[in-house]
Write a protein that binds this ligand. Structure first.
Ligand SMILES: Nc1ncnc2c1ncn2[C@@H]1O[C@H](COP(=O)(O)OP(=O)(O)OP(=O)(O)O)[C@@H](O)[C@H]1O
Length: 298
């Protein structure tokens, strides 16, 4: 479990992370989502002691990262797949990992196989790796010490569709075995498929968090009636704001509430249903509308 408590990071006058709190639970995949520059990487760097927070703290399984004697055995980290010595081969990078963590050398071949890097590829230098191969090697490195927590910054970056499918299976299995997975991504559809819980961040602030089901639950209702104007007026009088949507009206109120108002005013309805689920992308755009660089309206 990762517990982030009131973490703030300021660079001079600029606040990159603003009072961020959330929990990534064990046995679950938590997706950390946000537009460019939202503060995801900074928060992850704070988690693993690479950046000191201005205020607040992060605990991993109840302890601070800096207090872990052999952190790689508890937390697997992939923040930047290219942040390894470019002149070393993949095999060398993993071998150094086994040595610093006190693991048997046999782990190297096990992990290479697990991330589908061939013996030939493992002998190439990192500078000659494609981005996808670097990601695979980075994931292998993160998994080396059989940690109970994985912190991955944009792990799908550079992976081809088969690679993304593979990674999804790997991380789901990992969480099914009780592990904690926190992954950041811009690939909203990918996260929608893999995550159990979601944390959305915009301009350093958390804008929404909860289970995927909670956040993607359809909100509000769609209603259609011949006496369209009467219905809109009745709903407005009942304190329910509506907007015109196609042939009907959309509102944030539940269908039951809308139905009750229509019944009270004797307005026959042609259609009444929950509004379609927004989908993560819509939700993401809505919640970060004022933080999007492109000013994307919901
Ligand atoms: N060392 C630093 N000095 C000054 N500003 C910084 C520093 N590190 C990060 N920032 C700023 O903090 C903000 C958050 O950056 P961060 O890398 O955490 O965003 P991100 O959500 O990971 O973005 P992306 O998805 O583009 O990788 C950015 O505006 C960035 O320029």
């Amino acid at each position: 479990m990762i517990t982030v408590e009131h973490v703030t990071k300021r660079y001079g006058e600029y606040t990159a992370v603003d009072d961020v709190s959330f929990v990534a639970r064990s046995g679950r995949v938590t997706g950390f989502l946000g537009p460019n520059g939202a503060g995801k990487s900074t928060t992850m760097r704070i988690m693993v002691g690479l950046t000191p927070p201005t205020t607040g703290e992060v605990q991993v399984d109840g302890r601070h990262y800096r207090d872990l004697a052999n952190p790689g055995r508890q937390i697997g980290v992939l923040l930047d797949a290219s942040a390894q010595h470019a002149g070393r081969t993949g095999r060398e990078i993993l071998t150094i990992g086994t040595e610093t963590m006190g693991l048997p050398r046999t782990k190297v071949d096990q992990l290479l196989e697990r991330v589908s890097l061939s013996a030939d590829e493992s002998r190439r230098r990192l500078r000659d790796y494609s981005l996808g191969m670097r990601q695979r090697l980075g994931i292998a490195h993160a998994l080396l010490g059989d940690p109970s927590i994985l912190i991955l910054d944009e792990p799908a970056n550079g992976l081809d569709p088969a690679g993304i499918h593979w990674m999804r299976g790997l991380l789901r299995d990992y969480a099914a075995g009780g592990g904690t997975v926190l992954l950041s991504s811009h690939l909203l559809h990918e996260v929608e498929r893999i995550a159990d819980d979601l944390v959305l961040i915009g301009r350093g602030r958390i804008v929404a968090q909860g289970t995927k089901e909670e956040l993607l639950q359809p909100r509000g209702s769609f209603v259609r009636a011949e006496r369209h104007r009467d219905l809109a007026l009745a709903l407005e009088t009942a304190g329910i704001c509506t907007s015109v949507s196609g042939q009907g009206l959309r509102s944030d109120a539940a269908p039951r509430q809308v139905g009750a108002v229509a019944a009270a005013h004797g307005i026959p309805l042609d259609e009444l249903r929950p509004a379609e689920g927004a989908g993560l992308e819509d939700l993401f755009l809505q919640l970060t509308a004022d933080t999007q660089r492109e000013g994307v309206a919901a």
